[in-house]
Design a protein around this ligand. Structure first.
Ligand code: SF4
Length: 321
């Protein structure tokens, strides 16, 4: 299953026929079915919409980086965090994904990678859902994909992205796993962050930074701060300077993400010159800064967009919208 990517016991020809028959009889091998597939000819990015057994759907994305691939997977069907620029939260949280459903996304994306002549070498938990809101299943998933009996991936090649659930970050710090933590900051002040991300009302920036410090101290790992740049909202040079002041001298890295626009939201992507100017302010203050390269604007690139589009179409057909 993990090495040959078999999707049925019948295909496991290295096992005796009697054992395969017994496995067939006594257990079940479920494989996520792919409901829709989008491919970006420009970048090689593949986005899959998986249909779950209860009618839910989630997205997984395969991204190509030179000779290897990265699998971006979802941890929940929907999300209850309510970030205002995000398509994944438009219909709230349907349910948590199981550990198996997360592993299955990776296996499906690994199949795509092998067909293209490559291998998945890294995983990002950055699709639909807040991973720390599904803590137990996510931790089980991490332990499974890093085990030598399964995919044997290195923790150093796994990134977990959170909107800032402070208790979850502290708990994860205590696990001592050397994975990369990405914190979605998106604003340098509580006032602006609370407008964009309701979670900030519960865990304001000061508390988030304390949890981040605990995480870096316990794991020795640098934390990446994700900052989605939204035109006219959080992309001015004033915000760039405020962000630089907040993070100066810390073990931090900033990843700027020009917003992927979502039809249902009013937010717009800034002009490239604004992105460059914002990055320059941070770099001048000695803060390592990258701008995320686009991996598929010609497909539904924003997290949750494809899932939402398909759900809206189905609901319209049923006359629910
Ligand atoms: S950005 Fe992440 S945490 Fe926020 S609503 Fe979207 S999926 Fe949830």
């Amino acid at each position: 299953m993990y090495q040959q990517l078999a999707t049925s016991f019948a295909a496991m020809s290295n096992l005796p026929a009697t054992l395969r028959a017994r496995l067939e009889e006594e257990t079940e091998l479920q494989v996520l079915s792919v409901g829709q597939r989008e491919h970006s000819a420009a970048t090689g990015t593949v986005k899959l919409l998986f249909s779950l057994q209860d009618g839910q759907a989630v997205e997984g994305v395969l991204m190509r980086y030179r000779k290897w691939y990265s699998a971006c997977i979802s941890s929940q069907a929907g999300c209850r965090m309510g970030c205002r620029f995000c398509a994944s939260t438009l219909t709230g949280l349907a349910r948590n994904l199981t550990q198996a459903e997360m592993v299955d996304q990776v296996l499906a994306l690994e199949r795509e990678a092998r067909e293209a002549g490559g291998r998945v070498r890294s995983i990002v938990l950055m699709g639909t859902g807040e991973p720390l809101d599904n803590y137990g299943a996510v931790l089980g998933f991490l332990r499974l994909v890093t085990s030598p009996e399964s995919l044997d991936l290195s923790y150093r090649h796994i990134s977990l992205s959170t909107c800032g659930l402070v208790p979850g970050i502290r708990r994860l710090a205590r696990e001592g796993l050397p994975l990369t933590l990405s914190v979605s900051l998106h604003a340098p002040t509580d006032e602006l962050r609370s407008q964009l991300m309701p979670v900030n009302k519960l865990y304001p920036i000061r508390e988030l930074l304390l949890a981040w410090r605990e995480y870096t101290e316990r794991t020795g790992r640098r934390v990446t701060f994700e900052y989605a740049l939204i035109a006219g909202i959080n992309d001015s040079l004033r915000e760039a300077h405020a962000l630089a002041a907040l993070l100066k001298g810390q073990l931090a890295h900033v990843n700027l993400i020009p917003l992927n626009e979502v039809a249902e939201r009013e937010f717009k992507r800034p002009r490239p010159q604004q992105v460059t100017a914002f990055a320059l302010v941070l770099r001048k203050q000695g803060i390592p800064t990258t701008v995320r390269r686009e991996l598929g604007a010609d497909i539904s690139a924003a997290c949750g967009q494809l899932r939402h589009r398909v759900f809206t179409r189905v609901s319209r057909r049923r006359g629910e919208l």
